[in-house]
Design a protein around this ligand. Structure first.
Ligand SMILES: Cc1cc2nc3c(=O)[nH]c(=O)nc-3n(C[C@H](O)[C@H](O)[C@H](O)COP(=O)(O)OP(=O)(O)OC[C@H]3O[C@@H](n4cnc5c(N)ncnc54)[C@H](O)[C@@H]3O)c2cc1C
Length: 449
């Protein structure tokens, strides 16, 4: 006889636990399953451990930038082994803490790969769990690239576990992971190359600010090659040989580590969705506006697995809150992704909220653009940063902030103020009136508007 649950949640990341705790608080019997140590991508293999590495690289970078401006003595360097040890002090305790929290709240935890055994049944190991409702919160995995030697690629997860950083690192793809990890690796002394097949990197960000960041990356020694397609990877005696094609011409480069940075896709392949009568198309679940399966109303999805909003932790958490409300009270909430801030944690960071300039033009909006390089502003000069700027899009007539784009010191924090303004519908003139603490990067906002 299978155990009966009100809700079976697949995954143990932000989306899974947010929904599980909410439904448990409503008095439901809840089960949660993961085949990896509990905690999900953000806490164990993504945002949090990555930012520990970024923090140390940033400290080193700042001391280099301020050399001769008050910093002297022996040049500091990154001790990779120590750094990974420091990172583990954050990640190692997570699975135990998560499991204790689940147990304390009366949520049953199962270890193993879950798959559908019917429209209302989930199989894990040799157990079958019967469910009134099911939540797919399985996150995302590196996309399959269909290139020869693909299995030789190191994932971002493996990169964060490296005991030693190899000398020559190549990133395949030019998105978030390549930008962030290349900035860490180059500060730690590696020779870094990014290979991107399209003409631009970081395509979801303002390309003028990306251009500034690219110049900074080049000055650091990062070799970014766009319009360069990776055709194959092969193992050589001591490393790897990567065959590439650029402008129709083939060539090859050698590396000690080749990292997959070419995008992630919902992790739904192993779920046996057909057995659950859950339809999907081109690697994505078919969901309605309430994040419910269009073919099996018992099933909902949230976070990276749902792929309904941008693949970010706060989005996963918001999706899960929406889904929990819909499951408990009936469908009535839809996720709203307007004004979701997102940051590339390079050094300096690049940030965005709202529309890109091209997107605002495509929507035929009438707006003015405030755009300036701010390397000579106090915030950048004080810390010796030569990559700093902003672009703001402000709607004519309504004075609404349509989009804010920042690169430079503290961009990752200042962008949140613009996110607040966008989500709270605060016009630019009202934001300009705010009396921010001085001297802070936030106080620059008044001058940007
Ligand atoms: C390197 C990296 C850096 C990132 N940095 C940031 C950042 O700075 N800021 C930000 O907002 N976002 C960042 N992200 C994205 C963020 O981590 C994700 O958007 C977020 O973790 C998604 O949460 P989730 O709950 O949807 O899924 P996850 O946290 O991925 O959880 C899904 C879980 O489901 C499990 N699972 C999958 N299939 C099964 C199955 N069949 N049976 C049992 N268990 C299964 C997986 O093992 C996994 O633990 C980063 C991602 C990566 C990879």
């Amino acid at each position: 006889m299978p155990t009966q649950y009100d809700l079976v949640v697949i995954g143990s990341g932000v989306a899974a636990t947010t929904a599980a705790f909410r439904c448990r608080s409503a008095g439901w019997r809840v089960a949660l399953i993961d085949h990896l140590p509990f905690g999900g991508t953000c806490a164990l293999r993504g945002c949090d451990p990555k930012k520990v590495l970024v923090g140390v690289a940033e400290a080193l970078d700042q001391s280099r930038r301020l050399r001769g401006k008050g910093i002297g003595g022996a040049e500091p360097s990154i001790d990779w082994r120590q750094l990974i040890g420091f990172k583990r002090s954050f990640t190692d305790p997570v699975p135990r803490q998560r499991e204790d929290e689940l147990a304390k709240n009366g949520i049953d935890a199962f270890h193993g790969r879950a798959r559908f055994a019917g429209p209302q049944a989930i199989e894990v190991g040799d157990q079958t769990l019967a469910a009134r409702l099911i939540l797919i919160a399985t996150g995302a995995v590196p996309m399959r690239l269909d290139i020869r030697g693909e299995e030789l690629l190191t994932t971002s997860t493996d990169f964060l576990e490296l005991d030693k950083l190899p000398k020559r690192v190549v990133f395949v793809g030019g998105g978030f992971i390549a930008a962030e990890f290349s900035h860490i690796a180059v500060r730690a002394g590696a020779a870094v190359t990014i290979l991107e097949q399209s003409p631009e990197i970081l395509t979801q960000f303002d390309q003028e600010l990306v251009g500034m960041l690219k110049a900074k990356s080049a000055a650091l020694g990062i070799d970014t090659r766009v319009k360069t397609r990776v055709d194959s990877i092969e193992k050589t005696g001591s490393g790897f040989r990567i065959a590439v094609a650029s402008d129709g011409l083939g060539s090859a480069l050698e590396a000690d580590l080749v990292v997959h940075a070419a995008g992630r896709t919902p992790d739904i392949e192993a779920l046996d969705l057909a057995a659950g009568k859950v339809e999907h198309d081109k690697g994505r679940l078919r969901l309605n506006e309430f994040l419910q399966s269009t073919s099996n109303p018992v099933v909902y999805a949230a976070g990276d697995a749902a792929s309904s909003g941008p693949p970010l932790t706060p989005v996963a958490s918001r999706d899960a809150a929406v889904v929990a409300a819909n499951m408990i009270e009936g469908n009535h909430q839809r996720p709203n992704y307007e004004g979701v801030a997102s940051v590339v944690f390079t050094i300096p960071p690049l940030a965005r909220v709202g529309l890109l300039e091209e997107e605002a033009r495509e929507r035929n909006l009438r707006f003015r653009v405030r755009h300036e390089k701010t390397t000579d502003w106090y915030t950048a000069r004080r810390v010796g940063e030569d990559c700093s700027g902003f672009k703001l899009l402000i709607e004519e007539g309504t004075d609404r902030i349509l989009g804010a784009h920042l690169v430079g010191p503290h961009a990752e924090e200042v962008i949140n103020v613009f996110a607040l303004a966008i989500r709270a519908d605060l016009p630019a003139s009202r934001l300009k009136e705010v009396i921010f603490a001085y001297p802070t990067a936030g106080s620059d906002i008044g001058y940007m508007l």
